[in-house]
Design a protein around this ligand. Sequence first.
Ligand code: DGL
Length: 230
Amino acid sequence: MTLGIFDSGEGGKNLLRFARARNRADDVIFLCDRGRAPYGTKRDFELSGIVNENLAWLRRMGAQRIIIACCTACTVFDSVEDKRGVYPILSRTARRAEELSKSKIAVIATGRTVASHAFARAISEREVVEIEAQPLVGIIDGGESDGALSPSTEKMLRELLQGARGCDTLILGCTHFSSIKGLAERLGAELGIRHVVDSAQIGAELIPTASGEGGIDYVFKTKGGNALRI
Ligand code: DGL
């Protein structure tokens, strides 16, 4: 079975890391669409075009099952022309948060995801506070992560998370944010957050476990649309 994964950048790599730990038997094609990043500032029709194009490309490359490793891209899932074997991660992430929370849920996500209210619509049993954190996407694509954080990023996240006061659960509603999960957990704990739900980790659970080794191909899509295997 060949698995396809796509995202605009680091978020896909985060999901891929979890996926690899879970199942090394499947072959994986990862489309890292950096040429068109970020997705979170795109309008609906642009993003729908990108998502349908990426799915078609991964199928041409031989993917039989495809994980949309991007919450932002999942917001236009309704416009996916051929949904066969395509798994969006957003609804599963929302469900996990709903199971864990006993009070209110905060979600930090991209501009596009917050504007769509996709998480708030997917969670019916709890109040949801949506916090836009688009600038973090560029910061993470630029190389910052829990192991290499600048003080300004910590300050930014601390300020953003003030909106999560009173919530017991925080959704990292963008797979990029898995890169700074440690920071989110630390700052969240100061505010009384008990659970941090990582969309990259939840997304990887969509991949069945299997025993045995398998190969993973990384595919990097360049600006000109040429795909390179690296
Ligand atoms: N990683 C993507 C997500 O989960 C979005 C990042 C972007 O804005 O490109 O939403």
